[in-house]
Design a protein around this ligand. Structure first.
Ligand SMILES: Cc1cc2nc3c(=O)[nH]c(=O)nc-3n(C[C@H](O)[C@H](O)[C@H](O)COP(=O)(O)O)c2cc1C
Length: 539
């Protein structure tokens, strides 16, 4: 008998599928004026305004992919500020008629932003030892906790914790929202890795921490600080590294000092009058908490990255990243650019995959619409040798499995069938034109039932990996003067049916589209922090 949690994951996943004849359960009506506050704050916690310095950074985008090429910047209020600005900070305010909304460097399903970021800092100049919550609207830190630590000769330490406020997404998307929150965590992970790369830093996932410990460390279990405010679910912890593997990552014991912490701040209520309740979200969150260490021994492929890449400043590309809402349905892209983009999805000891010390379990299936020199049709990119064997067994026996035209040897891209897939792609993506009008779109098949059975927590992890792939595509598209859009709304089994998938060995978790954007000139763009000086220290 599988453990109850494994069954719960399978049941949740199935009941939150969008189908041709019905969408997953969600609110019948939405009152947009009652949207939950997108910004969490802790009243009473001391605040530190961070400097806005990201635009001064001249690191090129391509150098993030060349390990060892960049001298790491030292830890300071400035560089910590740049990390947060480029990963989780605002990138613009948008205005249309009476509506005004903020965009951030990390994308989010429905722009609802359930992901919160925390820092745990020790021996960092101008930052007292403590735990800080990041408020993106103000580019400021709130000091939730202070603790004593022995002054040390060693470099300071910075950990980053991520959590999700599920209600933010559930308000609009109902039961499927847990999936979107997890995809957003994956994007935040990608956003943090590229931001760290811009500073010459690396990030490591702290695998030895479990959900209960992380919740304690981030102060998310403090009932009195949350009272009636929406709770946050602990997701993951990262350590920022100045040097590759400077310290053992299996060492969260250093955080024992937190036990002596003095806490401050009360969380704000985001939605005083919730109209609906979706109890299955709390249930799936509980069923997928991490209980034990997740480390794996991964063998990394050693293929060099395909040459080229953008020499524009990475900060510029990160700050300009947007989701396209509309594509030029006649534009095409060069095959070399297409292969370059896919090459960045292969797991390697290079950003952002050097953060991901796990087997690659997410495998894109692509609807190629308009790539010059490439037959339109359905393609697959198995991201591991093992997966290729499993996919050959699981997908329709009718498929061709022909290596794509002029495809570099190391890039395992296969043509499954020649076809004009535009109509199918649109239908599968909840009839969204962006899936048909991009140069290509894709669905991310993940190795599902065995992985979830091995540890139900991996249901979250699969979404994070999918979000990370999506983030690479977003930034690579910007680097090529194109644009991407994540697609969380898709008809799960309609996609599986096209592929001939009849069981749960593979499931699609996320879709994505890339093309030439058509901009909406009616929407005004305002700077992200209009009342603050950019490029000067706020201290
Ligand atoms: C997980 C995820 C799912 C998304 N799903 C869709 C979608 O189905 N359709 C769509 O038009 N945009 C989708 N988006 C794009 C978001 O609407 C977009 O990220 C958000 O509005 C913020 O805008 P920005 O990406 O330009 O910062 C998705 C984004 C994410 C991260």
């Amino acid at each position: 008998m599988p453990p109850a949690e494994t069954e719960q994951v399978a049941a949740y996943h199935d009941r939150t599928k969008h189908r041709l004849d019905r969408y997953a359960a969600g609110p019948d009506t939405l009152d947009w004026s009652m949207q939950p506050n997108p910004f969490r704050e802790f009243s009473g916690a001391p605040r530190i305004e961070l400097p806005l310095v990201a635009q001064r950074l001249i690191t090129t985008f391509s150098s993030i992919y060349q390990p060892g090429n960049l001298e790491p910047q030292s830890f300071s209020l400035q560089t910590v500020g740049a990390l947060l600005e480029l990963a989780m900070g605002l990138s613009a305010w948008k205005e249309y008629g009476p509506d005004r909304w903020a965009l951030r460097c990390n994308p989010s399903s429905g722009n609802l932003h359930p992901t919160e970021a925390y820092l745990i800092c020790q021996n960092i100049p101008a930052l007292e030892n403590g735990i800080y919550h990041y408020v993106s609207r103000d580019h400021a830190l709130e000091q939730r906790c202070r603790f004593q630590a022995e002054p040390s000769e060693e470099d300071g330490r910075i950990f980053i914790g991520l959590s999700s406020i599920h209600w933010r997404e559930a308000w609009k998307y109902g039961e499927r929202a847990f999936r979107y929150c997890q995809l957003d965590v994956g994007h935040a992970l990608g956003a943090l890795r590229y931001a760290a790369g811009t500073l010459g830093w690396k990030l490591k996932l702290v695998e030895a921490v479990n959900s209960r410990e992380l919740s304690e460390w981030l102060g998310l279990d403090r009932n009195s600080d949350f009272d009636k405010a929406e709770r946050e679910e602990a997701d993951l912890l990262l350590e920022v590294m100045l040097q590759p593997m400077a310290r053992s990552q299996h060492d969260p014991a250093c955080l024992d000092i937190l036990e002596n912490g003095r806490w401050a701040g009360k969380a704000n209520v985001l939605d005083p009058h919730p109209m609906y309740r979706w109890p299955v979200i709390d249930e799936i969150a509980t069923a997928t908490r991490k209980e034990s260490v997740s480390a794996e021994n991964v063998e990394w492929a050693s293929h060099p990255l395909l040459a080229s890449g953008s020499d524009r400043p990475s900060a510029e590309l990160i700050l300009q990243r947007r989701s396209a809402q509309c594509f030029d349905a006649t534009a095409s892209m060069a095959r070399e650019d297409f292969y370059l983009m896919l090459d960045h999805l292969l797991p390697r000891q290079i950003a952002p995959w050097d953060i991901w010390n796990f087997e690659p379990r997410v495998h894109p299936v692509l609807f190629v619409h308009r790539v010059q020199g490439l037959t339109p049709g359905l393609y697959v990119l198995p991201r591991s040798r093992n997966a290729e064997d499993h996919l050959r067994a699981a997908l329709s026996k009718e498929f061709l499995w022909e290596k794509a035209e002029q495809c570099p040897d190391h890039l395992p891209l296969f043509l499954l069938t020649q076809a004009d897939c535009r109509s199918a792609a649109r239908t599968i993506c909840c009839r969204q034109a962006i899936a048909a009008d991009g140069c290509f779109s894709l669905g991310m098949l993940v190795e599902f039932d065995e992985v979830v059975a091995s540890d139900p927590w991996r249901y979250r992890q699969l979404h994070w990996e999918a979000g990370l792939l999506g983030h690479v595509l977003y930034l690579e598209a910007e680097a090529m003067n194109m644009r991407g859009t994540g697609i969380g709304c898709f008809l799960d089994d309609a996609f599986h049916k096209i592929l001939g998938i009849t069981d749960n060995s593979f499931q699609s978790l996320y879709h994505f589209t890339v093309g030439l954007p058509v901009l909406d000139s009616r929407i005004l763009t305002q700077p992200p922090y209009p009342d603050r000086d950019v490029g000067t220290s706020a201290t």
